[in-house]
Design a protein around this ligand. Structure first.
Ligand SMILES: O=C([C@H](O)CO)[C@H](O)[C@H](O)COP(=O)(O)O
Length: 210
């Protein structure tokens, strides 16, 4: 089980400062969608150059023209690129094909997918690397989480790694770990804490303990 730090509400210098604090405790750093919108793929490039030993995920949430967008993110140094589960199968196939060519990985974000079971089955056959259940900020604001969806896809998915994102905190991590995802994604649960290093260290300890 790996831990991914999601960076959403920072600029590049703030991202670097934050990563330095917790880099010993995380496996992957996510350049969040808002950061890519504000800073472009330059953020991916700069973070990969500054932290070559960390895997970098570019949260592009690709919806179309996946071959081109995955290629650009790969050129910037991303190891993992996200695409939306609601995208057309053609788009998913384009992403997978380009990622294979570039020796990168594709994570499918299931945000907004209505029939999680059916779509997870389909995606599992399309050769993506991760399927991620995700409660975005807007549904977190009305008290939702993805813990049930995680159990559902764990049951269904045969070939693909399983990830979870959306509002995970130190207090809710044990419940997540029980379902044994391959990847846990945490943003505000680390970045919003006073002592980020201590929280990340404790999260890593819980994850390693299983
Ligand atoms: O993907 C995300 C969101 O859609 C904003 O881009 C976040 O990175 C993801 O939800 C993890 O962040 P937290 O919910 O703060 O843990």
């Amino acid at each position: 089980m790996e831990l991914q730090l999601a960076l959403d509400l920072v600029n590049i210098p703030e991202a670097k400062k934050l990563i330095k604090e917790v880099e010993a405790y995380i496996d992957i750093v996510e350049i969040g969608t808002p950061v890519v919108i504000n800073e472009g793929l330059r953020a991916v490039k700069e973070i990969k150059e500054a932290f070559p030993n960390l895997k970098v995920l570019a949260d592009l949430k690709v919806m179309d023209a996946a071959g081109y967008e995955v290629m650009k993110a790969a050129e910037a140094g991303a190891d993992i690129i996200t695409i939306l589960g609601v995208a057309e199968d053609m788009t998913i196939k384009g992403a997978v094909e380009e990622a294979k060519k570039q020796q990168k990985l594709i994570l499918v974000d299931m945000i907004g997918v209505k029939d999680i079971e059916r779509r997870a089955k389909e995606l599992d056959e399309l050769g993506v690397d991760y399927i991620c259940v995700h409660t975005g900020y807007d549904l977190q604001a009305v008290g939702k989480n993805s813990f049930e969806d995680l159990m559902t896809i764990k049951r269904i998915v045969k070939n693909t790694k399983v990830a979870i994102a959306g509002g995970i905190k130190l207090s809710t991590l044990p419940e997540v770990i029980k379902a044994k995802p391959d990847l846990v994604i945490v943003g505000g649960g680390i970045t919003g804490e006073e002592d980020k290093k201590a929280v990340a260290a404790e999260m890593q300890r819980l994850i390693k303990q299983g």
